[in-house]
Design a binder for this molecule. Sequence first.
Ligand SMILES: CC(C)(COP(=O)(O)OP(=O)(O)OC[C@H]1O[C@@H](n2cnc3c(N)ncnc32)[C@H](O)[C@@H]1OP(=O)(O)O)[C@@H](O)C(=O)NCCC(=O)NCCS
Length: 278
Amino acid sequence: MGRKNARPRLTLRKNSAKSRISKAQLLISQANRMQVDSLDNLSRFKVFERNGMKLNITLSRVTDLDQDVKDWAFKLTEENMKKYYEESEWGWNPSAKQNELWNDAAWYVIARDLDHNLKAFVHFRFEVEEDKPVVYCYEIQVESDMQRRGVGKFLMEIIHLIGHEFKLKKTMLTVFKHNESAFFFYTQLLGFQVDKASPSMSGEDRCYEILSKRILLKDSVKTKLDPINSKLKENSQAEIIEKGKIKKKREKGKMKQKIDAEKKEDQNVTCENGIVKL
Ligand SMILES: CC(C)(COP(=O)(O)OP(=O)(O)OC[C@H]1O[C@@H](n2cnc3c(N)ncnc32)[C@H](O)[C@@H]1OP(=O)(O)O)[C@@H](O)C(=O)NCCC(=O)NCCS
């Protein structure tokens, strides 16, 4: 549900913090250069299939989405969230929500059924929070007929793994405390914890918490993204074979040169009156 502190928090305490921030920014810009076919590497995440339900999953930059998809994302957010905003100190502000959803920095993972009906989305961005590169989940919304069927969990896993791919430190989000079902979903089912940046950590009683989940090595490529790994392995294997071939070719070439040189020398050896001249 968006984020309260509209701009990522940067702490500039010491030089070491500065250098951590520039490293973090570098990782973020690498992540933002991600190709939209990156999900091909996450092949097991391209289709969500459970209990006879099948959804196709795609990754897009907001700038590549058609306006009707952007309108749907806003409408679904309004349907699901307006009541929570109205109950909060923030209130519901449709144009602010549209600006947030359609901001150029936004990335979307979208689930559609086989008839191309839009069913769920997650809007995330790559950001530096304090001095750490993170995946910030701005919005996750599932159509009501699809809720509690595993789709939300699946979409959250995808963005966490994308974060892992780009060596980011954690997945973060903001949640209303009174959205109990979402709070339960993140904390009890997905293992998110209240982040140190959350207002409650400094004793403030606000209507929301900031939650985060560390991205660990074990979240990894090996177990979840095998296709990437094996592709890398295949590539390096191919590289080794290719290098081997080049080396052999070079050796062959050298050998031929040597033989040719020897032949030439042989030809230069003449025999005159039984005396060998070199
Ligand atoms: C919150 C939301 C994103 C969760 O997505 P979802 O697809 O409904 O949740 P999932 O089915 O993936 O949840 C994973 C598991 O938790 C269970 N679960 C989900 N919500 C639960 C709840 N409130 N209580 C108990 N179990 C719950 C699911 O049954 C599922 O279990 P399983 O994996 O054993 O089948 C979705 O319900 C939604 O869009 N809600 C409205 C909008 C919203 O509040 N967004 C969050 C804004 S911060």
